[in-house]
Design a protein around this ligand. Structure first.
Ligand code: FE2
Length: 292
């Protein structure tokens, strides 16, 4: 599942987009660009920020959110550090994946300061339960969720588990769970509803694809058989390492680790190297229906 890459990646003839879309996690043992703020990230006391899941940085508005527990004097340096990380990650990804860059959307970056082991989160929010990602408030209509992570902790590895890739999970559970039959029975939003949503006069329109992915996320987290299987083979990302994955494809959970950075990109389904491997294509094949 892990493909070790060199800082010189991509090597001539290497098609990293195809590997990523097939469900590989691209792994770099060292950060692929300097991270001068590692000490700052490790020195922060997240304090009362504990009631937020993560601290997010929004590149488009250059805003920091979820950081209310960070002492006010430390917020500006944290924002600058996340801004640097975000822009370096985006430039690095543009070099690695020139086919995606013209149509991608730069989503949030995040700092995950909390120890993951034993975090008191609700079952749907728990990070240690295997799932595939889907965003309740930012539907993708079949576009993809690509995530770039770096473990910036001084000593602790970040330990992940996986229950395999989306194609296998969909084959096993999409129909058997009842979720795919349920969403294909929903009527797609009409022209008027879509037009109102486009001008912001109506909220809550979610494609059948997004509806499926949200329900599937929760279903996988509640699936004890899958959770038990995944826990048999943890794997870890050492301090300083960086990894890239389609987290709507590679199921994942985090067992332990602290201080990770992350940049999310939304990749247009029109730029896929292997469009037939995208979750939306897999679900449309299984259901015989258009889902977005
Ligand atoms: Fe996730």
């Amino acid at each position: 599942m892990l493909k070790t890459c060199s800082p010189a990646s991509p090597l001539p003839g290497e098609d990293l987009a195809a590997e990523l879309e097939s469900g590989k996690i691209l792994f770099f043992a060292e950060p692929p660009f300097p991270i001068p703020d590692r000490e700052l990230f490790n020195g922060l006391d997240p304090g009362r920020a504990r009631f937020h899941k993560n601290i997010a940085y929004r590149p488009a508005s250059r805003r920091l959110t979820g950081a209310s527990g960070i002492p006010s004097g430390q917020r500006a340096p944290l924002r600058s550090a996340l801004e640097r990380y975000s822009s370096n990650a985006v430039s690095f990804l543009a070099r690695l994946f020139p086919r995606y860059a013209p149509a991608w959307r730069i989503d949030y970056a995040s700092f995950r300061p909390f120890e993951e082991e034993g975090r008191p989160l609700s079952p749907k929010a728990r990070n240690d339960l295997v799932h595939v990602d889907s965003f309740p408030s930012r539907p993708t209509e079949g576009d993809r969720i690509l995530r770039f992570f770096t473990n910036v902790h001084r000593e602790k590895p970040r330990v992940w588990i996986s229950g395999g890739t989306f194609d296998r999970l969909a084959e096993r559970y999409a129909v058997a769970s009842g979720i795919l039959p349920h969403v294909t029975a929903i009527r797609p939003p009409g022209v008027l509803a879509r037009a109102l949503a486009a001008v912001g006069l109506r909220k809550g329109i979610r494609s059948r694809y997004d509806e499926f992915m949200l329900r599937f996320h929760d279903y996988l987290k509640e699936n004890e058989e899958l959770q038990a299987e995944a826990r048999r083979e943890p794997f870890s990302f050492p301090p300083g390492s960086t990894w890239i994955a389609y987290t709507d494809m590679v199921s994942h959970g985090v067992l332990s680790g602290q201080s990770a950075l992350e940049q999310t990109m939304i990749i247009s389904k029109s730029t896929m190297a292997l469009p037939e491997k995208a979750p939306i294509a897999i679900l449309e094949r299984l259901s015989g229906e258009p889902l977005a």
